[in-house]
Design a protein around this ligand. Structure first.
Ligand code: SF4
Ligand code: SF4
Length: 190
C-alpha cells in the first residue's frame, strides 16, 4: 500500500537498501536462485559482478529494474504500480549504473510487502517446467515475454486490445499451477 506524506529526504544508499528490503519482502531470492541456476541471470557479463560474491557496486537502476518474472509477481499481487511510481521519483537511473544524487526528496513512500509465498510457488513452477525441457531456453525466453506483455499493459489504451493481451498472458502462465494456487490462497485470506 502506498502512502502520501510530506517530503522525506533519503540518501542514495538508503534508497538502494530500501529497494532490496522491499524485494526481500517479495521473495526475490527464490526466483533468482532458479534463474541463475538455469543461466538466465540479468547480471551476466556485467563488470560489477564478482564471482561468488555478487554485485560489487549496487546502484538505484538495477535495484529498481524488474525482470519479467518479478514484474509478473508484483503485477499479480497488485504492487507493480506502486513500485514503478516510487522509482519514478528517483533521478539519475542508467543502465547498470546511476547518477542518483547523494540525497533525494521522496514525496511518496511505499510499505514493504510480505508475499514470499507467491515467489516460492512461482519458483517451484519454474523448476518443474525447466525439468520438462531439454534446454533452459524456453524458460529464459518466457522471462522476456512476460516483461513485454506486462510492459504493454501500461501503454495500451484500447480496452479490446488490452483485454486480448491480458488473456494471452493468462494463457502463457496457465501451467504455473503452484503460483495460481498461492495467488488464490492469498486472495482468500484477504
Ligand atoms: S533475471 Fe530476474 S530472476 Fe533472473 S537473476 Fe535477474 S532479477 Fe533474478
Ligand atoms: S551493476 Fe547491476 S547488472 Fe551489474 S552486477 Fe550489479 S546488479 Fe548486476
Amino acid at each position: 500500500m502506498d502512502t502520501y506524506k510530506k517530503e522525506r529526504l533519503m540518501t542514495r544508499e538508503e534508497l538502494i537498501q530500501f529497494g532490496h528490503q522491499y524485494l526481500k519482502g517479495v521473495g526475490i531470492s527464490s526466483i533468482c536462485n532458479v534463474c541463475i541456476e538455469i543461466g538466465g541471470s540479468c547480471c551476466k557479463f556485467c563488470d560489477e559482478l564478482e564471482e561468488g560474491k555478487g554485485c560489487k557496486n549496487r546502484n538505484t537502476s538495477c535495484t529498481a529494474w524488474l525482470c519479467g518474472y518479478l514484474k509478473l509477481i508484483l503485477y499479480k499481487a497488485g504492487l507493480l504500480d506502486e513500485w514503478e511510481r516510487f522509482w519514478e521519483q528517483i533521478p539519475g537511473q542508467a543502465y547498470r549504473m546511476d547518477y542518483t544524487p547523494a540525497i533525494v526528496s521522496i514525496q511518496k513512500e511505499i510499505e514493504i510487502p510480505s508475499i514470499q509465498l507467491l515467489s516460492e510457488a512461482f519458483a517451484k513452477d519454474l523448476i518443474r517446467l525447466n525439468a520438462k525441457h531439454k534446454s533452459s531456453e524456453n524458460i529464459i525466453e518466457l522471462n522476456d515475454k512476460l516483461d513485454q506483455y506486462i510492459t504493454r499493459f501500461s501503454i495500451y489504451t484500447d480496452e479490446e486490445i488490452l483485454e486480448k493481451a491480458k488473456n494471452e498472458l493468462e494463457e502463457l502462465i496457465s501451467c504455473f499451477y503452484s503460483f495460481e494456487f498461492a495467488l488464490q490462497s492469498s486472495s482468500n485470506e484477504k
